[in-house]
Design a protein around this ligand. Structure first.
Ligand SMILES: Cc1cc2nc3c(=O)[nH]c(=O)nc-3n(C[C@H](O)[C@H](O)[C@H](O)COP(=O)(O)OP(=O)(O)OC[C@H]3O[C@@H](n4cnc5c(N)ncnc54)[C@H](O)[C@@H]3O)c2cc1C
Length: 464
């Protein structure tokens, strides 16, 4: 049982009456089991997760969200906001049979204020939407490695980008949140208005309401030095040791990752990757071409088989990490590491070849990502110098236990270097201790949850 399941006593309304209430509020923008489109609407990006909600609401406006929250409350149902379902596995142990899944996938749109270097994005907008709208103005955003992740789901849980060591976590770029709270009101939260709620949302995310819009800062970055270096996995030990040493003294302008990737033999993969294990370094370096090239020289000296590092439009950065372009069944686990000494590197390389592991990854954090800005919210910084991330594919439901075991084992392999910290956005499975992501802020966040959502109306991937 998860914290989500410890909801206050939700009155057990007759299912028929609850369905009628929802229909009256949203018409055909609510789908019930048996309705055409219900199965597609309940299916998350992580298609390994079978979500069985009472209903799926597909709001097209903030008013629709108000209506569905009120109708759900009247009917004794809970509400789970979801934009894409990238983090659906974290909701995997939550019983949704008395919950309306509020899918924000129809509430997308971005308006850029180029002079102010900000964007107002609707609650279900994807990073791709922001990147596309910002690029013509020579502006970039603190998006992560996948463009089809939502702004709300990523930024309000931290958000680690390839700009993170230079510019900090994406959560600190959030200026305003418009949210429908548990009492069914549409509230604007900023540093000056509803400041407690603004603090709580920045970390508390979907546990505090359904976000219908956010305002975020953009960066004056039109192009960036970025790309990847790739070697056969037989070079993994050399490359990993070199990167560990290199990254330990890399400037904050460089945010990079090291991955060992075991590709299955698949016809849709490029031939140089299909059925092969490779080691890859990728990321972004905010320096002149000359300075970035000088910085990369020790890694290039290892003679990668592929080297795509060059100045690229900032909008192309989102493709560099080669995240899957389509919904993908996967299991993941992660840990924060305090450092990466040589024996940790050896353990990392050895662990990457465990059966079932698709990707064994280290992301370099620290720098601005580890510094809490003065007016930060409940989550504003990330402890640790490296993030260890293990990913396994779940090609069929019966593969889930083995995939989960593989990623847990991948992360456990570096247990001596784990620190007591987590990155909320990388919490994509039930059972992790979320409290450590908040440190001293946890007690205040729990109190604010009781103030704003005393009946625990909202079911979140990362419950408070
Ligand atoms: C392929 C892949 C690549 C990734 N890359 C990165 C990366 O580079 N950096 C990084 O930090 N993370 C990364 N992540 C993790 C990702 O940022 C988180 O899982 C994030 O929470 C996903 O948000 P989502 O809205 O797309 O997913 P969802 O599953 O839809 O949402 C997750 C949770 O966010 C909340 N939420 C979402 N939308 C709303 C809303 N409108 N209102 C209220 N609450 C909402 C809800 O509580 C929901 O349960 C990656 C994940 C994947 C699968």
């Amino acid at each position: 049982m998860s914290l989500n399941d410890l909801a206050i006593d939700v009155p057990h309304a007759a299912a028929g009456a609850a369905a009628a209430e929802l229909r009256a509020a949203l018409g055909d923008r609510v789908l019930l089991p048996g309705d055409d489109g219900f199965d597609a609407a309940r299916t998350p990006w992580n298609v390994a997760v079978a979500q069985r909600p009472f209903a799926v609401a597909l709001p097209r406006s903030a008013g629709d969200v108000v209506d569905v929250v009120r109708a759900a409350t009247l009917s004794g149902l809970r509400v789970a906001p979801q934009s894409t379902g990238h983090a659906a596995a974290a909701l995997g142990d939550t019983d949704l049979s008395h919950t309306v899944l509020v899918s924000l996938r129809g509430l997308r749109g971005v308006e850029v204020d180029a002079a102010a270097r900000t964007a107002r994005v609707l609650g279900g907008s994807l990073w791709n939407d922001v990147i596309e709208a910002a690029a013509p103005h020579g502006l970039a955003a603190l998006h992560g490695s996948a463009g089809d992740v939502s702004v709300a789901g990523y930024a309000l849980s931290g958000g680690l980008s390839f700009y993170a060591r230079a510019h900090g976590l994406a959560v600190n770029a959030v200026r305003a949140v418009e949210v429908v709270t548990a009492d069914g009101s549409l509230v604007r939260a900023t540093a000056d208005e509803n400041a407690d709620l603004f603090w709580a949302l920045r970390g508390g995310s979907g546990a505090f309401g359904v976000v219908v819009a956010l305002e975020i800062d953009l960066l004056p970055i039109a192009d960036v030095f970025s790309g990847m270096l790739l070697w056969d996995a037989s070079r993994a030990a050399d490359v990993a040791h070199a990167w560990a040493e290199w990254s330990a003294s890399a400037p904050e302008t460089a945010t990079t990752a090291l991955r060992i990737m075991n590709f299955p033999p698949l016809p849709q993969l490029p031939p140089f990757l299909s059925g092969r294990s490779v080691v890859v370094i990728d990321g972004a370096i905010e320096e002149t071409d000359a300075a970035a090239s000088a910085l990369l020289a020790p890694l290039r000296a290892l003679e990668p088989e592929l080297d795509t590092f060059a100045r690229i439009p900032a909008a192309a950065l989102v493709a560099v990490h080669m995240d899957p372009p389509e919904p993908t069944p996967s299991a993941t686990w992660h840990a924060m590491l305090g450092g990466l000494p040589a024996d940790a590197v050896d353990a990392f390389v050895a662990s990457a070849h465990a059966p079932g592991l698709f990707v064994q990854e280290l992301r370099h954090v620290g720098g601005a990502a580890s510094r809490r800005p003065e007016h930060g919210g409940a989550v504003a910084a990330l402890a640790g110098d490296y993030l260890l991330h293990s990913i396994a594919m779940v090609p069929a439901p019966e593969a889930a236990p083995a995939a989960t075991a593989a990623v847990r084992q991948g992360v456990a392999a570096l247990a001596p270097w784990h620190i007591d910290a987590v990155a909320l956005t990388f919490l994509d499975a039930p059972g992790a201790d979320r409290a450590v992501a908040f440190g001293d802020a946890w007690a205040r966040l729990r109190q604010l949850k009781l103030d704003y959502d005393p009946a625990n109306l909202f079911a979140a991937a990362r419950p408070v």
